[in-house]
Design a protein around this ligand. Structure first.
Ligand SMILES: Cc1cc2nc3c(=O)[nH]c(=O)nc-3n(C[C@H](O)[C@H](O)[C@H](O)COP(=O)(O)OP(=O)(O)OC[C@H]3O[C@@H](n4cnc5c(N)ncnc54)[C@H](O)[C@@H]3O)c2cc1C
Length: 410
């Protein structure tokens, strides 16, 4: 594996870091404190030209590779988790699911406006009684000629009130458990009043992000909007989560870097017992752990991104990157607060926000326990990856489909 970055990848990441520092970071703290989503979050992603980052240009995308997607998610979360979350659901969950499982017609109709930044995508899997246990979901989709009638509700949906297009999951065969789930693309405009969305308030973290719920009441969805076959919804959800997890892992890596930078700056200027606290070895230990966690998390997501670029199976590696980086980010944020002492316990410094935001990623897109179970099963030989009918396409430069991952040295 070769993780060397091209000049283009470095320049893009550097440019986005500067843009976010100048144009977005100044408004994050106020939105966070007020519990108000960043008003122009998606507009900023559009301005940056990253709303279709890994998708081919023929679908309105930027035609960039998955490692670049990871680098950009790292930069987004360095600024604030809410932006990376938006990128995760728009590209990792909704966009990639359509790219991977959609027919050519569906890619033209749904992926192109998402990638071009004309519409924001989101992902509706979780329900009030079904989170980790996806097979327990209760929403139904009843076939009626050339359409389906959806009823049910979703909760904890990122971008619920802002998104235009949702990839949602409902049971077409409620008696068949997880094998009875199907996936649908729901357009807010076409759904009208049959789709109700609402915001969740007083969240512990991701306060500058839009998190909410959806309710479907006799929502009519054309059969042409079903992704994959009837009953393939569970597999589609799992592959979508794999792509989403990759962006979460890269984002958590950015959060560790944010904790490290804030801690280094503070430790250099805060003086106790006659010297900067950075001179105390116990503080150095915390900073050293953050530094090691950043490097290890970054290598793990680069490994997963490299596999994605080649079109190779990466379920285990992506889950490991997500589990490790999210746990490491939570520890780094807690240690950053330790280093900041009482000042960290206020909104005067960003570390309290980092700690709140780090907690969420340990829960969503497969909780810590779900990742542990996966890795225990892999190690014991109880889990073996089965071939997926529609694998995520490898990175390809253009419509000609020429893989370029091996040519991006720098
Ligand atoms: C900020 C945020 C954004 C989110 N965005 C989205 C989104 O965009 N779309 C979406 O569909 N969902 C989203 N979610 C929901 C998220 O994916 C779920 O919260 C997650 O899957 C866990 O489900 P749950 O909360 O119902 O917990 P549960 O599944 O009820 O689990 C509760 C606890 O039990 C543990 N547990 C569960 N099963 C086992 C087991 N077999 N063995 C051991 N322990 C177990 C879990 O790890 C957890 O600690 C979001 C959540 C948050 C917090």
């Amino acid at each position: 594996m070769d993780f060397s970055l091209s000049d283009d990848q470095r320049d893009l990441a550097d440019g986005i870091r500067r843009f976010l520092a100048d144009r977005v970071a100044p408004s994050v703290a106020a939105c966070e404190t007020a519990g108000r989503p960043l008003p122009d979050g998606f507009a900023r992603l559009v301005e940056l030209g990253i709303t279709g980052l890994p998708f081919p240009k023929r679908y309105g995308g930027a035609g960039l590779d998955y490692i670049t997607l990871g680098l950009i998610c790292e930069e987004l979360e360095y600024c604030d988790t809410s932006l990376r979350t938006m990128m995760s659901v728009h590209i990792g969950l909704a966009g990639c699911a359509i790219y991977q499982w959609g027919s050519e017609d569906q890619k033209q109709r749904f992926l192109t406006p998402l990638a071009a930044g004309r519409k924001l995508g989101a992902f509706g899997l979780t329900e009030p009684d079904a989170g980790s246990d996806v097979g327990a979901l209760r929403s139904t989709a009843r076939r009626d000629g050339d359409r389906y009638i959806l009823n049910g509700s979703k909760i904890w949906i990122s971008c619920a009130t802002q998104a235009d297009v949702f990839v949602v999951f409902a049971k077409t065969d409620p008696a068949a458990g997880k094998h009875g789930i199907s996936a649908f693309v729901v357009e807010r405009e076409a759904a009208g009043a049959a789709l109700h969305s609402f915001a969740l308030h007083n969240k512990y973290g991701v306060r500058a992000g839009d998190t909410g719920g959806l309710a479907f009441t006799d929502l009519v969805v054309p059969a042409a909007n079903r992704l994959g076959e009837e009953g393939e919804g569970f597999v589609i959800a799992m592959t979508a989560l794999e792509n989403g997890r990759y962006t979460v892992a890269a984002g958590a890596t950015g959060l560790i870097r944010a904790c490290l930078d804030a801690s280094v700056a503070y430790a250099r200027q805060r003086v106790t017992f006659g010297k900067a606290i950075g001179q105390h070895q116990l503080i150095q230990e915390l900073i050293a752990q953050m530094s090691a966690a950043y490097e290890a998390s970054r290598l793990l997501y680069l490994q997963a991104g490299w596999l994605k670029n080649q079109g190779l199976r990466n379920t285990r590696q992506t889950a490991l990157a997500k589990w490790f980086a999210c746990d490491a980010a939570l520890r780094a944020a807690d240690d950053a607060m330790e280093i900041h002492g009482a000042y960290g316990f206020s909104d005067e410094y960003p570390v309290a926000r980092y700690l709140r935001n780090a907690r969420g990623a340990v829960i969503y897109e497969g909780s810590r326990e779900i990742q542990k179970i996966m890795h225990g099963e892999y190690a014991l030989g109880y889990r073996v990856d089965k071939p997926v009918r529609c694998p995520l396409p490898p990175y390809a430069e253009d419509a000609a489909g020429v893989p370029t991952a091996n040519r991006q040295k720098g």
